[in-house]
Design a protein around this ligand. Structure first.
Ligand code: ADP
Ligand code: MG
Length: 700
């Protein structure tokens, strides 16, 4: 059947109240007031807000919307919404559709059940949402979605968007200061640009619903290694099967309608694993869009009888899912500040931004590491499939040579043997897409941007981008403070670059990050190796990091403590739920199943002994004794696990609680898993109560 071709340009953004729509539907005065507010970052006048609300509502109603919602991103990392209809009763018993400026701009949310990390006492539990006019409203499932920030009445940020916006504003301000030093007076604003590549798994719903661990924990807690995994590398970039292709097409259509720039789709390394990459956008829109992408990946899957798994490690033994956060800075005059330029001055400027990045990552490596820490991501980082838990930067050979020569104080000699002086000569062309890109590096320079590869697939990209923007701004501020008072800019710049590269060289690493020797080398270099989330949590509230964020106005100390408390709580809760799930699965299904199978074997053994006493009974006898032994071992571990969960310290134990869950609960989960996997391989398929890895990974 030939389908109607999709008119993508017409479809794209058709459900978004974007600039085009505003231009069409708002009066010229209202439109330009809105533009001005966006440019200056000032609040909207009430009457302007009213006109915009009205236009938004008319547009939304024409497109079939009946409700609106303030859409926000609480500290859970997910999104939240509460729908209100546009209806307003009239005196004659009818209704009309209304939406006021007040409703657009501010929402009262009795969102007292969202984690606040202690920022709100229950008596003042209400928070409010406020429209973020820098992110466009859109329609989804008959509701007008208004992107908002979420704050407490005392003004504390209760969400992920507020600090992200603060950090974008900050990095813009400090970047502009640097640009002025290079005589660039035209730039008014610098924007953090982000492209977030998203990995995911697709499995058939029939197997999903039979696995309580997938349903409750998002990952399998056991499952013997299937005969075939990813060894043949036949899935990566392989032909996309029709059912998956139909899903991806549907997903693209939905994303495009919402203005998400979905660009690339392909099969990933593990069986059943795939990826979607969008074209980059400003960090705020990229964050909203990544949230939408994750949500739509799940809802579109349902229409296809599939389930989309976003967990970082749904299956042991094959790759887990991550997210690559591609980050750069772009000026409002269209210049990418991480693109080596064509003139000596542009190159000196590029090297200064590069130096700031390198110094920032080195100075705040623990913070950067902690921002990707979660119970789920702990299974990936350092597991030879994702970058190690040690933060380092990969620059590529060309750039390394340049930096080495700056550090050595010698003139860089390029291929043509020409001496090169920073700020005087032009750098050699740095290849945009170097082929030797180091896939094992957590942070790689890829020609005109940095790719941060440590993010977990479920996590909001807000956290990591808040950190990158802030450390970048902090270092740029330090540089600007020094250089603004310089009498000899060229000479001082040269000196500053040399000093910075020299002092922070240790964070640059070009070798194989998966290799064990790197762990030792990193230790020798004094780099942090925070293996698990439990190790990372203290970084959130370490003096250095609190100072960084408070000084720069990104978080207050209370806000940081709150975030720390929420991460800690969530880490412990995740492991707690996993433990309870495993206990239930084992007690109610696995132990009885193995017993039943042993019983069947025993019955058959007795019958056969009676019928043919001289036959060999080795298979049955060996199996029965092995199964019994392992089933008792499993029971023993499950009882230990039950006890461990019961004895777990409460929230007031702080880090001790996290360490306990890591050392005493997670370890038992892993031990039990080994025994279960062994039992699975010995138990006849018809007796085993759960779909196996082969059933799940090859279900689509
Ligand atoms: P690959 O990772 O396969 O080399 P690309 O380099 O084309 O692919 O891009 C990967 C991701 O990086 C995409 O999401 C893309 O939008 C994003 N990206 C490209 N350029 C930039 C940039 N200047 N700033 C931020 N993200 C970018
Ligand atoms: Mg990539």
């Amino acid at each position: 059947m030939i389908q109607d071709p999709v008119n993508v340009p017409k479809l794209f953004g058709s459900m978004v109240f974007n600039e085009d729509v505003m231009k069409q539907r708002l009066s010229p005065t209202v439109y330009s007031s809105w533009k001005q507010c966006i440019a200056d970052g000032t609040p909207l006048d009430r009457s302007i807000a009213h006109d915009i609300a009205n236009a938004m509502k008319d547009w939304a109603v024409e497109k079939g919307a009946t409700h609106f919602t303030h859409w926000f991103q609480p500290m859970t990392g997910y999104t939240a919404e509460k729908h209100d209809s546009f209806i307003t009763p009239t005196e004659d018993g009818h209704v009309i559709m209304e939406f006021s400026g007040k409703e657009l701009v501010r929402g009262e949310s009795d969102a007292s059940s969202f984690p606040s990390g202690g920022l709100r006492a229950t008596f003042e539990a209400r928070g409010y949402t406020a429209w973020d006019p820098t992110s466009f409203a859109f329609i989804k499932d008959g509701t007008l979605y208004i992107p908002t920030v979420f704050c407490s009445y005392s003004g504390q940020a209760l969400d992920k968007k507020t600090p992200l916006l603060r950090s974008m504003e900050l990095v813009s301000r400090q970047s502009v200061r640097i640009l002025r030093l290079f005589g660039n007076d035209a730039v008014k604003k610098v924007t953090a640009q982000v492209g977030a590549e998203q990995e995911y798994f697709l499995v058939d719903e029939s197997v999903y619903y039979k696995r309580d661990d997938l349903k409750l924990c998002g990952r399998t807690l056991f499952g013997a290694k299937p005969p075939k995994g990813q060894e043949l590398d036949d899935h990566y970039y392989g032909v996309i099967r029709p059912r998956v292709a139909a899903y991806m097409k549907d997903l693209d259509t939905e994303l495009w309608k919402l203005g998400v720039l979905s660009k690339t789709k392909h099969n990933e390394v593990a069986p059943a694993q795939h990826e979607m990459a969008p074209i980059y956008n400003n960090a705020n829109a990229a964050c909203d869009h990544n949230q939408l992408a994750m949500e739509l990946m799940k809802t579109v899957a349902e229409r296809h009888g599939l389930v989309c798994l976003l967990h970082e490690k749904p299956f042991a033994g094959v790759n887990g899912s991550g997210k690559h956060d591609n980050w750069s800075l772009t000026t409002d005059t269209g210049e990418n500040l991480f693109k080596p330029g064509k003139t000596p001055s542009q190159n000196a400027q590029f090297l200064l931004f590069l130096a700031a990045f390198i110094k920032g990552v080195d100075d705040y490596q623990e913070m950067l590491r902690s921002t990707v820490a979660s119970a789920g991501n702990d299974h990936r980082l350092g597991g030879n499939e994702a970058p190690p838990a040690i933060v380092s930067i990969f620059l590529g050979d060309e750039l390394m040579e340049i930096i080495d020569s700056i550090v050595a104080g010698s003139a860089y000699v390029d291929k043509k043997k020409k001496n090169l002086q920073i700020g005087v000569d032009v750098l050699p062309n740095i290849p945009q897409d170097t082929t030797d890109r180091n896939r094992t590096s957590p942070l790689a320079f890829t020609g005109n941007k940095f790719e941060f590869r440590m993010l977990g697939s479920t996590q909001s990209i807000a956290g990591p981008n808040i950190v990158i923007n802030t450390i970048m701004a902090e270092e740029l501020r330090q540089f600007a403070d020094q250089l603004e008072s310089s009498k000899d800019f060229q000479a001082d710049l040269q000196k500053l670059l040399r000093k910075t590269f020299k002092e922070h060289q240790r964070i640059i690493f070009s070798g194989n990050g998966y290799d064990e020797s790197w762990t030792r080398e990193a230790e020798r270099r004094g780099l942090a190796n925070l293996v698990s989330t439990a190790d990372c949590l203290p970084a959130y509230v370490s003096k250095k990091n609190v100072e960084l964020f408070t000084k720069n106005g990104i978080f207050t100390e209370d806000e940081m403590a709150a975030r720390n408390a929420i991460h800690l709580e969530s880490y412990c809760k995740v492991i707690h739920i996993e433990a309870l799930t495993l206990i239930e699965m084992v007690k109610r299904n696995i132990l009885p199943a193995v017993s039943r199978y042993s019983d069947a074997l025993s019955t058959s053994l007795l019958h056969r002994k009676e019928a043919v006493p001289s036959a060999s009974f080795q298979v049955e006898e060996t199996l029965i004794s092995k199964l019994s032994r392992q089933n008792s071992a499993l029971l023993d571990l499950i009882l230990q696990l039950e006890k461990a969960v019961e004895q777990a310290p409460g929230e007031d134990a702080g880090y001790e609680q996290a360490n306990y869950y890591h050392d005493s609960v997670l370890s038992l989960l892993n031990e039990a898993r080994t025994v279960i996997d062994d039992l699975e391989t010995m138990t006849a398929k018809e007796y085993w109560p759960y779909p196996t890895y082969s059933d799940i990974l090859f279900s689509v």
